[in-house]
Design a protein around this ligand. Structure first.
Ligand SMILES: [Zn+2]
Length: 372
């Protein structure tokens, strides 16, 4: 659904003006810092956290294995290579995004659960895709009112199959085919698997369902699931946070990096859902309509393929920024929002935001810079 994020109100024009000024000053500050001292470049001293995301590609009953199938629009790389480019390899990958947004403190690697030692395989579910989709004339086995029950059934379905696969010796592998120990899945040693991502190919038009304000079984979302336990070198780990997302491998969602042969897919949903793994919430309006708050963060309306940053407040909340990165204002800043009423020629009253707000803002920033 397309929503108009920029209504032409005067207030928004003023905010845009302020942002322009703020950005001009910010560029200036960065320039000064870079020349002034090396002290501002402390970020590399932070400890880098290695974290693994266990990707579980699934396929529905009656569907063929797709991971090793070639995607013609990508110079014939396979689906699993396309997935890996998107998560790990491309400069637009989920990994590079989180490296940047975490201020270089997080090295997030996605690895794949596979039942076969020699090739990558998806986990086959007990039910068909249609079973987890709405009932229509074309899809008679779909759900009608029991949508939430089907969503829980899907959760149970893949959990059972994954547990079965792990108990039967399924392994974690990176794209190079190297085995990764399951113990690596708990980077903070809390006994829980840090991140699970359930991946499936996009739902075709026959099963499509539109957002109706509640969670749809095949929608991309994040929640908690404690149903899986895995014995590892450092004790038994329990599943916890997971998200599920479709792999957007349809031609319109495939991108190619400029100047290289690396193809990847629309990554905004993968990055948004991964944000929930770190405890970040949706930045949606409080009106109950579940609309993202425009483009203010990847946790609002995420962009693709160059996904916008999280806000500084979110990054601070996760622990990716701290007092070393955010210099508090030393001087109390008073910004006065003054309103003026102006009578037009027809005798109607209009309220305008006073230009003083901008002068005040520039003055505050100037004072702050002088003090620095
Ligand atoms: Zn979300």
């Amino acid at each position: 659904m397309k929503r108009n994020c920029f209504k032409k109100t005067n207030l928004k024009r003023y905010i845009a003006l302020i942002l322009v000024f703020a950005l001009m000053f910010q560029t200036d500050i960065k320039y000064t810092n870079a020349n002034e001292s090396q002290e501002t470049q402390v970020h590399t001293a932070y400890k880098v956290r290695d974290m693994y995301n266990m990707a579980i590609p699934i396929r529905f009953d009656g569907e063929d294995e797709y991971l090793n199938e070639k995607v013609t629009e990508t110079n014939d790389i396979t689906n699993i290579e396309l997935i890996d480019n998107t998560y790990n390899k491309s400069e637009y990958s989920v990994r590079e995004y989180y490296r940047a947004v975490s201020n270089q403190t997080l090295n997030l690697r996605t690895v794949y659960l596979s039942e076969n030692d020699n090739k990558f395989t998806s986990i086959k579910l007990a039910h068909t895709r249609g079973y987890y989709s709405p009932k229509t004339d074309e899809n008679p086995e779909g759900y009608t009112t029991d949508k939430e029950y089907r969503r829980l059934e899907l959760l149970r379905d893949w959990s059972n199959k994954v547990q079965e696969a792990v108990d039967n010796g399924a392994k974690l592998k990176n794209m190079a085919g190297e085995e990764i120990g399951f113990d690596k899945l708990d980077s903070d040693n809390d006994g829980y698997i840090d991140a699970i991502t359930v991946l499936f190919t996009p739902t075709d038009a026959k099963y499509a369902s539109s957002w109706d304000g509640g969670t749809i079984p095949l929608w991309a979302y994040h929640t908690i699931n404690n149903r899986i336990t895995i014995k590892t070198a450092k004790g038994t780990l329990t599943s916890n946070r997971y998200n599920q997302a479709p792999i957007q491998n349809d031609p319109v969602s495939i991108y190619k990096e400029a100047g290289s042969d690396i193809y990847f897919v629309n990554n905004k949903t993968l990055i948004h859902e991964m944000g929930h793994i770190f405890g970040l919430l949706d930045l949606y309006t409080a009106s109950g309509k579940s609309e993202p708050v425009c483009f203010m963060s990847a946790m609002a309306k995420a962009l693709s393929p160059v996904v916008q940053f999280m806000t500084s407040r979110e990054r601070e909340a996760v622990g990716w920024l701290d007092a070393d990165n955010i210099t508090p204002l030393q001087r109390q800043v008073n910004i006065h929002f003054r309103r003026q009423r102006i009578k037009d020629r027809m005798g109607r009253w209009h309220i305008h935001w006073n230009f003083l707000i901008i002068i005040n803002y520039i003055w505050s920033i100037a004072m702050w810079m002088i003090e620095k």
